[in-house]
Write a protein that binds this ligand. Structure first.
Ligand SMILES: *Cc1c(COP(=O)(O)O)cnc(C)c1O
Length: 409
């Protein structure tokens, strides 16, 4: 056990501790799953009730103009741009991450028409691989998805590659690519870089422009706390904006949607990457959620996230020698999560959740714990490790009910 006073002292001196009030967490729960579904921001219920009752209920279709619904995606995009190091007019919000992989990847391929290979990481999140494979099959013409292990990525980037689709932080291990360095390597081979920021946006400072990324995509419901199924976002580097003709050429990305012309003409700039009517309710929730980042110094978030990861690793290793750490010990090489491997990982996680510590399980054997510094304290993390230690020591996970797999893990 670390000295309890040291943990207390760290929490007392925590420059982010006041932000805890911006979130609502259930009593008796230590939430280490903000990397899968962010928590409820304070004031959300009121805001959503207002949108439903005042805007939808009273304004009805007039809400598109007088409640500003039509401009809501662009407003939300501005808030996200600040968190990912992107300039004005380079981020669009809407659809899911999966759909945005399709949109950005199809745009990237069209910018490198003489190349046929999409390169990705063998351990990338499956939807990224599935969408890339589906797109390659849809286009035909010799397009293919090729994958390589992260350690072999540099060698795999050659002159046949049109676009490299990588997730900055590995969703299982928490291992993190060096985005700037890998992007340089991709550009040196004449290919384009598409970064998936699902485990980056809102977790630590992201510098898309500085890293010279070509495209990016990311999730609204993980570290951004936009709520289950929140709209996702995408980024296009300014140099590519005017050269893209979207594959999903929907009316909301048209130059003049309400001219109702039969021919498609892309809107100026990033607006062309929007497809259909925005989901106003969930977009309003994401909009409100992003206000929780007002005045937040993301460098402080990063520093505390790494402190929490270090503390959790040390405590779990002290209490649970049978769990194998799969996340890098080196701070710069990881995102904002800590993962351990155990053959009975699923049952262990269910036992842990039953005791109020919520993390998640990723097949085949990974116990995953997300660190979200705006609402977690050092005390929470130390306590979670202590409870995990008790579950392991007393084999409390070894019960049939903890082995029954639910649909969502
Ligand atoms: C969570 C996640 C997704 C999710 O995609 P959805 O379309 O929202 O289901 C995609 N990619 C990565 C890397 C993720 O972590």
């Amino acid at each position: 056990m670390p000295d309890a006073t040291t943990v207390l002292e760290k929490d007392r001196q925590d420059p982010l501790k006041a932000f805890r009030e911006r979130f609502v967490l259930p009593d008796g729960v230590i939430y280490l799953d903000g990397n899968s579904l962010g928590v409820l921001p304070a004031g959300m219920s009121r805001r959503i009730a207002e949108v439903v009752e005042r805007e939808w209920g009273e304004r009805l279709v007039r809400g598109w103009n007088d409640a500003g619904w039509i401009d809501l995606p662009a407003r939300v995009a501005g808030k996200i741009a600040r968190l990912v190091g992107a300039g004005d007019g380079t981020v669009a919000v809407g659809d899911s991450t999966s759909v945005n992989v399709f949109k950005t990847l199809s745009a990237a391929l069209a910018l490198r028409p003489d190349r046929r290979v999409i390169l990705s990481d063998s351990n990338n999140f499956p939807t990224d691989l599935y969408i890339a494979d589906g797109l390659a099959r849809l286009i035909g013409q010799g397009y293919e998805l090729r994958t390589a292990m992260a350690a072999d990525m540099d060698d795999a980037i050659d002159a046949s590659v049109a676009a490299v689709l990588l997730t900055e932080v590995d969703y299982r291990t928490g291992w993190r690519y060096d985005m700037a360095q890998t992007t340089r390597r991709i550009h040196a081979a004449g290919a384009l870089a598409i970064w998936d920021l699902c485990h980056s946006a809102g977790a630590f400072p992201v510098h898309l422009e500085e890293a010279d990324a070509d495209f990016a995509i990311g999730c609204g419901y993980k570290y951004l706390n936009g709520g289950p199924g929140a709209p996702a976002f995408l980024y296009v580097a300014p140099r590519h904006l005017e050269g893209i003709r979207p594959a999903l050429s929907g009316w909301m990305g048209h130059q003049a949607p309400f001219a109702f012309t039969a021919d498609y003409a892309p809107a100026e700039g990033i607006a062309r990457m929007t497809v259909g009517t925005p989901p106003v309710l969930s977009m309003s929730a994401l909009d409100a959620a992003l206000d929780a980042f007002d005045g937040v110094d993301m460098e402080l978030v990063r520093a505390k996230s790494q402190d929490l990861c270090d503390l959790f690793i040390a405590e779990v290793e002290a209490h649970c020698p049978e769990l194998e750490l799969v996340t890098p010990r080196e701070r710069s090489q990881r995102g904002s999560q800590v993962s351990f491997r155990h053959p009975e990982g699923y049952a262990i996680m269910q036992a842990l959740i039953a005791e109020g510590v919520i993390g998640d399980f990723r097949a085949p054997d990974i116990l995953r714990f997300g660190m979200t510094p705006l609402y977690l304290s050092h005390g929470d993390v130390a306590r979670a490790a202590e409870i995990l230690g008790r579950i392991m020591g007393e084999k409390r996970w070894d019960r049939p009910e903890f082995r029954t797999r639910a649909k969502v893990t």
